[in-house]
Ligand binder design. Structure first.
Ligand code: NAP
Length: 336
């Protein structure tokens, strides 16, 4: 069975996912495209998907009977309306993060999905599909290191553009940790605090960089995440879990070790796209398989909501300097 996919938003990640569907993944073909800029779609039709139809209106794409499932890869503020339209049309939808730009927007999607009576939404959090995080979770779930007590994490980028602002360290960067650490620990956040160390001279004048986010989970585990987006040396994701009887660490990406010129060295990645490239493939293949089996797995609309609530608390904590409680609604039975 081949799933006919419509893509809304043909920018950077949209193009990557279209390439994936067309050249890497199984049982999927892109049949419809929409972007606010029609030329973007035309370029893709010319290069990758000659048979895809271009829509000037995203809602028409969603309602096209030929389209079985939709990828929403447009600008974040458009996601909520497009995902709600997919639910209304009864179509499975893969929505890049954020599910919506407010926690209330995510809750609107949760409520619509519950009303529809069927899970249709998968959120584009790809880290749970990364083989390293999966291996780390397997160790935690096996009980080998006992109950997790503390996590030491880091999210470092070599540099960011001038348009990157202090709150984006939460909403664009930490958001991936907020999702994957909940999944890793099978726990929710109770409170957050943000601390600003000495600022790097490499950051733009309006950006506070680095930042340390301290999270407490409902089971009492403590997590520190260093966000350092002008670290210069590479794209580096770290996660160490300290348990009652041992420590488990996220594996480093595979890299050849060389002995040369009196040095032992391995190369570090600098591009985030390369770090998780396999995870994106696995994530999107899982979505396609979910559409075929009519059973959604992976990050749900509820997970999108949970990340948004925690992110809101972190942004509030950046401003107040206080410990801010994370106040989530009760998890509906629908998502258990
Ligand atoms: P991008 O390159 O700016 O692409 C977004 C595309 O959507 C652009 O072509 C934009 O057109 C188009 N667009 C904007 N409003 C639209 C509308 N109303 N209807 C249809 N198309 C519209 O951004 P991106 O980097 O691909 O990011 C897209 C989304 O994916 C963001 O939410 C981002 O956070 C997420 N993302 C996730 C990951 C991940 O690791 N999971 C990585 C990258 C991005 P214009 O350029 O003309 O405005």
């Amino acid at each position: 069975m081949t799933i006919n996919i419509g893509v809304i938003g043909t920018g950077a990640i949209g193009r990557e996912h279209i390439r994936r569907c067309s050249t890497v993944l199984q049982n999927a073909r892109v049949v419809a495209l929409n972007d606010i800029n029609r030329d973007n779609c035309q370029q893709i039709v010319n290069a990758l998907t000659p048979e895809a139809r271009i829509y000037d209106n995203a809602i028409d794409l969603i309602n096209d009977p030929q389209v079985n499932a939709v990828l929403v890869t447009s600008w974040g503020p458009t996601h909520e309306a497009f995902v709600l339209a997919c639910i209304e049309a009864g179509k499975a939808v893969f929505c890049e993060k954020p599910l919506a730009v407010t926690a209330q927007g995510c809750m609107n999607i949760v409520e619509a999905e519950i009303k529809a009576g069927r899970q249709l939404v998968q959120v584009g959090f790809m880290r749970p599909y990364d083989s390293g995080y999966r291996a780390l979770k397997a160790v935690i779930d096996s009980g080998e290191i006992g109950e997790p007590l503390m996590l030491h994490c880091a999210h470092r980028n070599p540099e960011v553009g001038d348009s990157y602002t202090t709150d984006m360290a939460i909403t664009d960067t930490l958001i991936h940790e907020l999702d994957v650490l909940r999944w890793l620990l099978n726990d929710d956040y109770a409170s957050v605090q943000v601390i600003f160390p000495r600022k790097t001279r490499k950051a733009s004048s309006h950006l506070r960089d680095p930042q340390i986010v301290l999270l407490e989970t409902t089971k009492g585990a403590r997590i520190d995440v260093e966000i350092f987006v002008n670290c210069e040396y590479g794209y580096d994701i770290q996660c160490e879990v300290v348990g009652e009887s041992g420590v488990a660490r996220l594996p480093e990406p595979v890299s050849v070790q060389t002995r040369s010129a009196a040095k032992l060295s391995t190369t570090l990645l600098t591009d985030w796209k390369k770090r998780f490239i396999d995870a994106y493939d696995v994530e999107l293949q899982a979505f396609i398989n979910n559409v075929i089996s009519r059973e959604m797995t992976g990050p749900s609309a509820w997970d999108g909501y949970a990340a948004a609530v925690a992110a809101d608390a972190c942004v509030a904590a950046q401003t107040s300097g206080e410990i801010v409680p994370v106040k989530m609604a009760d998890k509906p039975a629908f998502y258990r």
